[in-house]
Design a protein around this ligand. Structure first.
Ligand code: AMP
Length: 422
């Protein structure tokens, strides 16, 4: 019987010519985070489902229809993480990180899972990098987070960035605002789409995320804006954030319709988009979430962060694949069993002594075929060891750039590359 098993829709294999680029990007992210004083955190791929219900909110799209959840044999409901903020905060609380220092600057690079409709820039398993700064209630922290999000895209050389920022104020203003919003949209002759009709009662802030032009028009003409409801202190906080962004020369736009529909956001919300992305144009989004630590059972602790999609970053960079393998240092050409075994032992010594890459032959190919392989790998040197050389207790070392070759005794071979600076 023929079997034909493929990867699951909305997931992606990263092949060797792509992992090279991924590692480069990951290295840049690690370095960028470290020079800003952020430390990496890694949490498990699955968590108790309750974490996301409590953390993200029951009426969000993510929790109501996009989670991969199952009942474990012990009867617990478990879920593949659909985002990383709630897991990081769970870990922060569990390990009492707030007790050891007043501000924890954390970052992550990890995969996550959402059962969305797959399309360009929208997968079911995808990757994000992000930061969570837990402990500071002050606008400087919001500004640091937004500046970092912008600067990392600049580091990657991405142009056409647009930064939109808003404030949805403190939690107290939410209930009176939502009442006004519902009242304004439940009058006669207003025809929102079916999804938005449902959102009015369940998660009215998300109305602003609707992509339908007809809904956006209705909102423009009828909906009060949350920014007009925020209190004096909220406004002061917002003004300080934007004044720092101005000093840092971050070209932001105030967008009073930017609300980001997750339950945990308070005060600042922001999003960075790129015109190079097409329909799914969001590179990264974030904001302040002063209530989340408390909602998940920790001491009340303010926090702010962002999450950025790595697959989208690659689309914006316009380079998904790198056709060239990384250049190796040495290909060890061996002919015959004895030579191959000797080659293995010597290669290990060269790696240990010099940290160079040495690639061994395991296909028993001809000299010509091995040379072709060495060229494909763009190595700097080949070592040739055949029966003749073994008899003379030496090997031939060929410099692939200059074409020069020399004979080196097998005893001296492990040290040879120390003298010869690569
Ligand atoms: P969110 O966690 O929904 O705020 O998303 C943060 C970022 O993750 C977005 O701006 C995108 O860059 C990326 N992202 C979100 N959903 C997906 C997805 N289904 N596939 C790929 N990237 C995504």
């Amino acid at each position: 019987m023929m079997i034909n098993i493929k990867n699951i829709k909305g997931t992606k294999d990263l092949l060797p010519n792509e992992t090279i680029n991924w590692r480069q990007i990951e290295n840049i992210i690690h370095h960028f985070m470290e020079v800003h004083g952020y430390s990496e955190i890694r949490t498990p791929v699955f968590e108790n489902t309750k974490l996301f219900h409590r953390g993200i909110g029951e009426n969000t799209d993510i929790v109501s229809k996009e989670m991969y959840s199952w009942t474990d044999r012990g009867g617990d409901s478990l879920t593949l993480r659909p985002e990383l903020t709630a897991p990081v905060v769970r870990s922060y609380i569990q390990h009492k990180m707030g007790k050891s220092r007043p501000l924890n600057r954390l970052y992550y690079i990890d995969s996550l899972f959402r059962r969305e409709r797959p399309q360009k820039g929208r997968l079911r398993q995808f990757h994000q990098f992000g930061i969570e700064a837990i402990g500071s209630p002050f606008p400087e922290q919001d500004a640091e987070v937004i500046t970092m999000a912008y600067k990392i895209y600049e580091t990657f050389g991405i142009k056409d960035l647009s930064v939109r920022i808003n404030s949805i104020g403190s939690p107290e203003i939410r209930t009176p605002y939502l009442k006004k919003l519902r009242d304004a949209l439940t009058v006669k002759n207003i025809n929102l789409c079916n999804t938005c009709q449902k959102r009015i009662n369940k998660n009215a802030l998300r109305l602003f995320d609707c992509k339908k032009i007809s809904c956006q028009k209705i909102l423009d003409n009828n909906a009060p804006l949350i920014f007009d409801f925020i209190n004096k202190n909220d406004r002061l906080h917002f003004e300080k954030v934007v004044s720092i962004l101005k000093q840092m020369q971050i070209p932001y736009k105030h967008d009073p319709k930017l609300v980001r529909g997750l339950d945990y956001y308070t005060h600042t919300t922001f999003e960075i988009t790129s015109s190079e992305l097409g329909a799914q144009d969001a590179l990264c989004g974030g904001g302040r979430y002063d209530k989340l630590v408390e909602n998940l059972g920790g001491d009340p602790t303010p926090a702010v962060g962002f999450a950025a999609g790595i697959e989208r970053l690659f689309i914006a960079l316009g380079k998904e694949t790198n056709p060239h393998p990384p250049p190796g240092n040495i290909y060890f050409i061996t002919l015959g069993e004895e030579a191959t075994q000797k080659g293995f032992v010597i290669s290990e010594k060269i790696r240990e002594k010099h940290g160079l890459s040495v690639i061994n032959e395991t296909l028993q190919r001809s000299m010509k075929a091995q040379m072709r392989e060495a060229n494909r790998l763009k190595v700097q040197y080949v070592i040739i060891l055949g029966d003749n050389e073994i008899k003379k207790d030496l090997a031939i070392v060929k410099n692939m750039d200059s074409g020069q070759q020399e004979e080196v005794s097998l005893k001296k071979l492990p040290n040879h590359f120390m003298i010869d600076s690569l």
